[in-house]
Write a protein that binds this ligand. Sequence first.
Ligand code: HEC
Length: 162
Amino acid sequence: MKRGEWGIVIGIGVVVVAGMAWKSFQTTQSDKKDFKIPFYSTASPDLQARAAELMRRENCRQCHTLWSTRDPLQAVPAPPLDGMGSLKDEAWLYTYLSAPRPQDIVPTRLKPEYRHPSLAYLPDAERRSLAQYLASLKVEDWYLAEVKKVEFEKLTGKDYVP
Ligand code: HEC
């Protein structure tokens, strides 16, 4: 090859490498936290399957958002369950789900038909599974303040002032 030809080959090589570097830079950028879903569960696949079945049967999504989805026909302003395990621990959740009057624990501002129903009638094992699963629903630290804000606003109907 002539010298000029080598120049062209090297030139093309530089462009290709620079292009690859730019692409990988963009990919790392889009991996940044703002584009990631901040919610995750630490539950075993077995617990996830049992809880999913219970929550389907008990219609939790009629009022609550979970994995960012809810029943689109319902408009009850209940706090989302996403990230619940970073707000409340398993013992608290078990007590809440077992309470004959949950509103004694979390006060309500809603009409009776929109309030969280007592699940005290469920078998103990089912309430335990639900509590264990809800406690496994975590949120990344960088999004925790947002989850607290939404919970406060849903429960009180007021703006959150940190
Ligand atoms: C009829 C609507 C409705 C259904 C169905 C419902 N909830 Fe609720 N839930 C609420 C509302 C509203 C609140 C807030 C307290 C209140 O107003 O009673 C709440 C509160 C909660 C809380 C406490 C939230 C907090 O931030 O303190 C948990 C946990 C919860 N619900 C879990 C569940 C689970 C699990 C199911 C299904 C087994 C379920 N809920 C079914 C409406 C509902």
